[in-house]
Design a protein around this ligand. Structure first.
Ligand SMILES: [Fe+2]
Ligand SMILES: [Fe+2]
Length: 370
């Protein structure tokens, strides 16, 4: 965990960034409003800090929406709520090995992310605050397999490196907030190294059933890996919200990420055990039987999906079943680093990273004002 939420090594130096004139607003991807503070419904203001917290959340939601759309095009349900794509029957069937309802869940998670980004930007606009768009960065070529719309993407699902230590973190009595150096074991160690595709890149990727199942299993572990991040992001940011209404937004969206995480954590445990080698990259991946030695037991058993109580705030207090981590300091940059290390932005431009870092730094500088 220590490298996930606390690492700042990829941080762009803010001063040189500003000096070069590359603030998020001046890059031109934010809509500058006439006033920074605007009236809320009760006659108060939303502070610069509150706007920065919501703006970072909006950016994170746009990123989530972009990759969930890719999943929905191939293995979800294209409809009015989530348009685009026509489904890839082979990939959809492989994902259904984890649960017969996967297509519905993929669709509904995608729909949720659309509403999160739309609401957050609309709320910011309603307060006269800057909104955020990542459309100028829709530059990446995605899957060309059957079912894909073929449109350009913001995120890359084809070179993922997944940290699946959340699996054991939520089964452990240790809390990364109290012990940032504690190492939680990986559920799928081979996903934590090398680059793995979570979607069929081309129709060639659907020809070998074993490799196709490895792709679907990778997606099955990517889903909770992402959603547990949102699960921690919202309560971590909420601690520095100034207005009760902004607090309400953060603590109302956050638990829907938790609902996603809980569902996906359950489904990931159904991934069929296998070993496969990517015919293109020659990278190997193994999905072990998590219920049998050397796995199994309280750390890995697949039906232990309820959070185990852990230490919280102070080791002298009794253990408590909670979301963790929820340390607020540096959370936004921690999330940017986490998603970057995941490979989700491979192929993106320096301007993309500059904007994301700027948004994260602004969110991390937000302070609660009474
Ligand atoms: Fe979301
Ligand atoms: Fe989400």
């Amino acid at each position: 965990m220590k490298d996930i939420w606390s690492s700042m090594k990829n941080t762009v130096n803010r001063r040189s960034f500003v000096k070069n004139g590359l603030t998020a607003a001046s890059i031109g991807f934010l809509t500058r409003s006439p006033s920074i503070q605007a009236q809320d419904e009760s006659g108060g203001h939303i502070t610069r800090g509150d706007a920065a917290l919501l703006r970072f959340a909006a950016a994170a939601e746009i990123i989530e929406t972009d990759f969930w759309v890719q999943y929905n095009e191939l293995a979800g349900i294209p409809d009015d709520e989530v348009p685009g794509g026509s489904g890839n029957p082979a990939y959809t069937a492989a994902l259904a090995m984890l649960d017969a309802d996967m297509a519905q869940y993929v669709h509904d998670n995608t729909d949720d992310e659309f509403t999160h980004q739309n609401f957050l930007n609309a709320y910011l606009a309603s307060k006269g605050a800057e909104t955020v768009s990542l459309e100028p960065f829709r530059t990446l070529q995605g899957s060309t397999a059957t079912g894909s719309s073929g449109k350009l993407r913001i995120t890359n699902l084809m070179q993922l490196t997944l940290d699946t230590s959340w699996w054991t973190r939520y089964r452990s009595a240790d809390n990364p907030d109290l012990d940032p150096t504690f190492t939680f074991p990986q559920a799928i160690p081979t996903l934590a190294t090398g680059k793995h595709t979570a979607i069929p890149r081309t129709d060639d990727d659907t020809s070998d059933p074993n490799f196709l199942q490895a792709i679907a299993n990778t997606a099955g572990f990517h889903f909770p890996t992402i959603e547990q991040g949102g699960n921690s992001l919202y309560p971590s940011m909420a601690q520095r919200a100034s207005s009760v209404e902004v607090l309400r937004i953060l603590i109302s969206i956050g638990p829907t990420e938790t609902m996603h995480f809980q569902t996906w954590a359950d489904k990931a445990g159904n991934a069929p055990p296998l070993t496969a080698v990517d015919p293109v990259t020659k990278v190997s991946v193994t999905f072990p039987d998590l219920n049998s030695p050397p796995f199994g037991g309280p750390e890995f058993q697949t039906n232990l999906i309820m959070p185990e109580p852990c230490v919280f705030l102070n080791r002298k207090l009794p253990r408590c079943s909670i979301i963790r981590p929820t340390e607020t300091k540096g959370i936004a940059m921690g999330v940017v680093n986490f998603l970057t290390a995941m490979g989700l932005f491979i192929g993106q431009s320096p301007a993309f990273f500059a904007l994301l870092h700027d948004l994260a730094q602004d969110a991390d500088q937000a302070r609660r004002e009474r």
